[in-house]
Design a protein around this ligand. Sequence first.
Ligand SMILES: C[S@@+](CC[C@H](N)C(=O)[O-])C[C@H]1O[C@@H](n2cnc3c(N)ncnc32)[C@H](O)[C@@H]1O
Length: 246
Amino acid sequence: MLKKSLDLYTNLFRITLRNPRDLQHVIGVARWAAGEIADSVADTRSIPSIDVLDICPGTQRWTLQSFPRVGASVSPMECAGLAALSHLVGAKKVFEFGTYKGVSTTQLALNVGEGGMVFTLDLPEDHPAYSLPIPKQEEQQIANEGSKGILIPRDLLGRVTFLSSDSAKFDERPYLNTMDLVFVDGAHSYEYVKNDTEKGWKMLRPGGVIAWHDCVASHRDVVKYIKESNLDAKLIAGTTLAFAIK
Ligand SMILES: C[S@@+](CC[C@H](N)C(=O)[O-])C[C@H]1O[C@@H](n2cnc3c(N)ncnc32)[C@H](O)[C@@H]1O
């Protein structure tokens, strides 16, 4: 620790001599890291992490599709994470909370292969109202956007079933113990993450996998719920995806 502190101060001194403006960048990074860690509820470091290549060791052919950047959607590395999880459980039936434009739905549909099905749930476009609390206004804006699933390529539409409901009102009973993979990426409030996880868990078959997007300090409620749930979740390194096996 002493050596690391000395290295830090030496480097700060060198940066100050060379170009003090570069300190802005260093302080920016330090502030970000401190912000992630200062709030113990939102600190993800107690969740064990795993490299995406170790999820399903060996050689697999994952299929991914890139899109122009869509805010609030999964990153390319997270697409790889979803593909790896699909292969881990040989997913043929997948349930997704939160379709949005269809970026994650597409990755899931590609990896269930021929004969597979992705059930994807989003709020009704004509009435995107919430029955549980959501503190973030951005969520409401995203929910109000139309064209859910618009980016899903036509040739994959046969592998996608669109469901339209507030997840708090969604009846999971017809799907109990049938899903190989459940992906939770709807509303991000504690109440909704709990609702979606509990329903998702019931829909999962034993040995299936549940995954959450946005397990990151900026989505405090997601981290809080995952840590409290005792589901033995792991984070996929370099992503905000966490997952647990039933
Ligand atoms: C973050 S976006 C999903 C992004 C998508 N999974 C992707 O990676 O491309 C969240 C989506 O969840 C939907 N949503 C929010 N609250 C919901 C609720 N209570 N029930 C169903 N869907 C909800 C929103 O309308 C929005 O389309």
